[in-house]
Write a new protein. Sequence first.
Length: 258
Amino acid sequence: MSDPTRSHGTRRAQPSAMPRDLMAGDAPDAAFAARVVTLFPEAFPGVLGQSLTGTALRDGLWSLATVNLRDFGLGRHRKVDDTPAGGGAGLVLRPDVVAAAMQAAAGPGPNIYLSPRGRPFTQAMARDLAARPGVTLLCGRFEGVDERVLEHFDMSEVSLGDFVLTGGEIAAQALLDATVRLLPGVLGNMASTEEESFSDGLLEHPQYTRPAEWEGRAIPEVLLSGNHGRIAAWRRKQAEDLTRKRRPDLWAARDTGY
């Protein structure tokens, strides 16, 4: 077995004519260690290397390592899949191949398989993951993964929604983005995470900024009043109204406590 193929070091960014590979070097003892098993390691860090998550990656607030599933493939052509037992279209990732890659990626935190049949990913799940030491993500392809390897590694299945992607890489990046931004030190103003959508079971209230009037539309007067109590009450009502109108499922969950 081999170690995860690439990992991010703790070095800070330095001015350079050429961008530095964010995942080059040895993985640090970061607060949160993410490991991704994928057929496309070159897809990472992707958007995770940009903006606040990218800065946090460079500063060692979290680490990211990829394990190339193809490295554990069988035979001359590094085969990672086979036909479905019982017949049917497509191909299924072999349990022996996936198991070897998962063992190489082993680390602290839960094992998650990105799957359209999984539990819908939520802000609460992101908060729970951010409080853990790390996570190992398995990105599926083709018709999925042999059920036995999911059971063997006690994998939780997580979905971004009721739609199907060609693979789990985009879903893995979305899950990590939602999680990493909640880590201490990643966002400059942690209060912003307390007011955004889903933080209190509500969608976020409308936001405004300068100019005070644009295309005949003015910023609501209450936001310019300087009365913080009135502003807080207005924002709360707006969030409640939006949630009731756009996400009745969330509103119902608040009423029932589920």
